[in-house]
Design a protein around this ligand. Structure first.
Ligand SMILES: N[C@@H](CCC(=O)N[C@@H](CS)C(=O)NCC(=O)O)C(=O)O
Length: 201
């Protein structure tokens, strides 16, 4: 059994749960909640960055970050399950980079809200991060051919990013991107491990 150090609110951790489902490996993973801000949390010993997700293997060694873990799961499943090997390889990785970047920018905004001490929130920083998400949404829609085909790491990252915007930012993106709403609905219907790993309400 592999131990996934994560949390139900982590969009990067959700990538692993979704990917494991698509690789047919869900029953090999048990999630244990970690709190990165807690100095006593074991994740700091497992991963020098102290970040979620971190996957602990049977020999006690740890894999991180989400891209590395997904690549490892794909290899465990025989390869080519969630990381295309053919002409769509780099397109999938690029879309994953966009989805991950959207999550990074969103998590940065949450951190600014949560950990700000002293003076007021930096609106310049918040806007800087939010604009990354805005540009990424437009980028995805202008390359919408990337959205089709068998679910892969790019689709996983994008779906997790959009769902995190729903969870933490009231789904503000939905008004401007009805095609993406349809795509996310289709992804949720096609990928049971995505629906099963929804963020808590
Ligand atoms: N690039 C990393 C990002 C992971 C990440 O930012 N995780 C957040 C939780 S969603 C975290 O652990 N934050 C705590 C910290 O940065 O110390 C990945 O893909 O796994």
């Amino acid at each position: 059994m592999w131990i996934l150090r994560s949390s139900t609110s982590s969009p990067f951790g959700r990538k692993i749960t979704v990917g494991a489902g698509l690789c047919g490996l869900s029953d090999r993973i048990r999630m244990v909640t970690s709190v990165p801000r807690d100095p006593a949390d074991p994740v700091r010993q497992l991963n020098p960055l102290g970040k979620l997700p971190t996957l602990v293997l049977e020999d006690g060694s740890a894999l991180f970050d989400s891209r590395v873990i997904l690549e490892w799961l794909d290899a465990q499943a025989g390869g080519g399950r969630i990381i295309p090997t053919g002409e769509h390889h780099f397109e999938a990785l690029r879309l994953q980079a966009v989805g991950d970047g959207m999550m990074d920018a969103s998590v940065q905004q949450m951190s600014e809200r949560r950990h700000h001490e002293g003076s007021a929130l930096s609106q310049i920083w918040m806007d800087y991060q939010r604009e990354k998400v805005t540009r990424s949404l437009a980028f995805v829609m202008s390359h919408r051919e990337m959205l089709s085909g068998t679910p892969h790491v790019g689709h996983i990252a994008l779906a997790c990013a959009l769902a995190y915007l729903d969870y933490r930012f009231d789904g503000y993106w939905r008004v401007g991107y009805p095609d993406l709403v349809d795509w996310l609905d289709g992804f949720a219907a096609a990928v049971p491990s995505f629906a099963a790993s929804a963020h808590p309400v």
